[in-house]
Design a protein around this ligand. Structure first.
Ligand SMILES: NC(=O)c1ccc[n+]([C@@H]2O[C@H](COP(=O)([O-])OP(=O)(O)OC[C@H]3O[C@@H](n4cnc5c(N)ncnc54)[C@H](OP(=O)(O)O)[C@@H]3O)[C@@H](O)[C@H]2O)c1
Length: 191
């Protein structure tokens, strides 16, 4: 069974972007870039892969990505309608109509994730954002949080949903430059 991993950068206070979707305060140091290139090259969008000379890098951990409409539209506004052409791309939305043929729009992300999990392949990457993560919270098997040494004060939360405690177990913590990579798996008894 394929697993769903929420792999995401977050501030100390649990935000994945500012209130107006700002991500400029998040650092992308050479150490962090090297770490991602080595371990998670598939999580870099096509222009970044080209820039780093790894356009044809093999997928290490994920071969499908699911993202919420807001997250997807950030790339679209920059002219990137198929940001992760090296992955199966799924966008959750009830309002998106026309999009890139390389991207599948689903209005029921829970059903889409269940179907993907039942298939063969590498892992599934939940790219974000917090609204979709909250909707998929019961399907998340692991979290990989690139914790930035930063307090934003306000912004888009890691999980933008209702109060619903779920327990995860810390499985690793690694410093990569100034960023701490925290990994968690869903606890056997998760509530
Ligand atoms: N730090 C990082 O690593 C990272 C990674 C990814 C994203 N982000 C940031 O996260 C922010 C976006 O997060 P967000 O929480 O505002 O939005 P989001 O989760 O990206 O997108 C929300 C939209 O997704 C669709 N959606 C969510 N749940 C759904 C469901 N159950 N069924 C159908 N559609 C569903 C809806 O689209 P419709 O309204 O069309 O129905 C909803 O409005 C951006 O600022 C982005 O930069 C940061």
């Amino acid at each position: 069974m394929r697993s769903l991993t929420y792999y995401v950068a977050a501030s100390i206070d649990g935000y994945i972007a500012g209130p107006e979707h700002q991500i400029d305060a998040f650092e992308f140091s050479p150490e962090l870039a090297a770490h991602i290139v080595e371990r998670y090259p598939e999580t870099l969008p096509a222009p970044a892969r080209a820039h780093l000379g790894i356009a044809d890098a093999a997928n290490e951990r994920f071969d499908a990505v699911i993202m919420g409409r807001h997250t997807y539209e950030i790339g679209v506004r920059a002219g990137l309608t198929s940001p992760y052409g090296h992955l199966e791309q799924v966008v959750a939305s009830t309002t998106l109509t026309a999009t890139d043929p390389a991207v599948r729009v689903v209005d029921d992300p829970l059903a889409a994730v269940d179907a993907l999990k039942a298939g063969d392949g590498l892992g599934l990457w939940l790219c974000g954002g917090g609204s979709l993560a909250a909707a998929l919270a019961d399907r998340i098997d692991a979290l990989i949080i690139k914790r930035q040494p930063l307090v934003l004060g306000a912004g888009r939360p890691l999980f933008a949903g209702a109060y619903a405690p779920r327990r995860f177990e810390l499985t690793g913590r690694e410093a990569v430059g100034a960023v701490t990579i925290e990994t968690y798996r869903r606890a056997a008894i998760s509530r």
